[in-house]
Design a protein around this ligand. Structure first.
Ligand code: NAP
Length: 197
């Protein structure tokens, strides 16, 4: 499961769990982006802070794991490179790359899209109430498998959480308490420039 996780929230966690059940996955590996490829993916918190928050958020779920692949690799975090790294670690596994449908809508402009679809099934997680028909057409156009999962996820966004924190409203119940404690301790998201809101 890829994303900036800036910060990780209950929507991501619920989506991961629903994807795991729906696709009968053995394991969901969260891969926080090191340096996201798209400008829209610019991050407020550092890669290490986003990694730490993700680690705290997944604690206690034996079906969830985390990878430092994109953080350790350095440079821009391209999904094709990540999938090749995963292929080396999980040699015989069938791979799925799960991320937000918003991000998948731009899939045609990602680096090596056909190679990505050769290495995995791309899984787009849709927010409630949004129509992402175009996502399902992507697979046919690019000769691979793209699945859309309409989760019952709460309509929570990292942007919404950052705005709440910058405005002094809390994020209670939107992300696990351990993540809120970390955000407070590290004084994250207290002030944001307009672009990250
Ligand atoms: P992002 O800025 O974090 O997210 C973009 C949108 O997708 C946001 O609405 C976000 O919601 C949602 N989202 C992201 N990850 C999600 C997840 N795991 N579950 C549910 N919703 C999610 O991320 P991004 O920079 O667009 O990239 C998303 C993933 O695609 C990353 O793993 C990135 O490396 C990959 N990607 C690869 C390429 C490439 O290889 N060239 C290009 C673009 C993206 P929240 O804000 O609530 O998280």
């Amino acid at each position: 499961m890829g994303g900036t996780f800036d910060p990780i929230h209950c929507g991501h966690l619920l989506a991961a769990e629903e994807a795991r059940r729906e696709l009968a996955l053995d394991l969901v590996v969260f891969v926080p982006s090191g340096t996201p490829p798209h400008r829209s993916g610019a991050c407020s918190a550092s890669a290490e802070d986003r990694y730490a928050m993700t680690l705290l958020a997944i604690a206690g779920n034996d079906h969830f794991d985390i990878s430092r692949a994109e953080i350790e690799r350095g440079g821009v975090s391209y999904t094709a490179d990540t999938l090749r790294a995963m292929r080396d670690v999980y040699e015989d596994a069938e791979l799925f790359f799960i991320t937000g449908a918003d991000a998948v809508l731009e899939f045609g402009s990602w680096r090596e899209p056909r190679e990505i679809l050769r290495l995995c099934t791309l899984v787009a997680v849709a927010r409630p109430g949004y129509d992402y028909e175009d996502v399902e057409r992507l697979g046919e156009e690019l000769g691979g498998a793209v699945s859309l999962i309409k989760t019952s996820s709460l309509d929570i966004s990292a942007t919404g959480i950052r705005n709440r924190l910058a405005d002094g409203r809390g994020a209670k119940y939107l992300t696990p308490g351990t993540v809120i404690d970390y955000i407070k301790k590290k004084n994250l998201y207290t002030a944001l420039d307009g672009e990250l809101r």
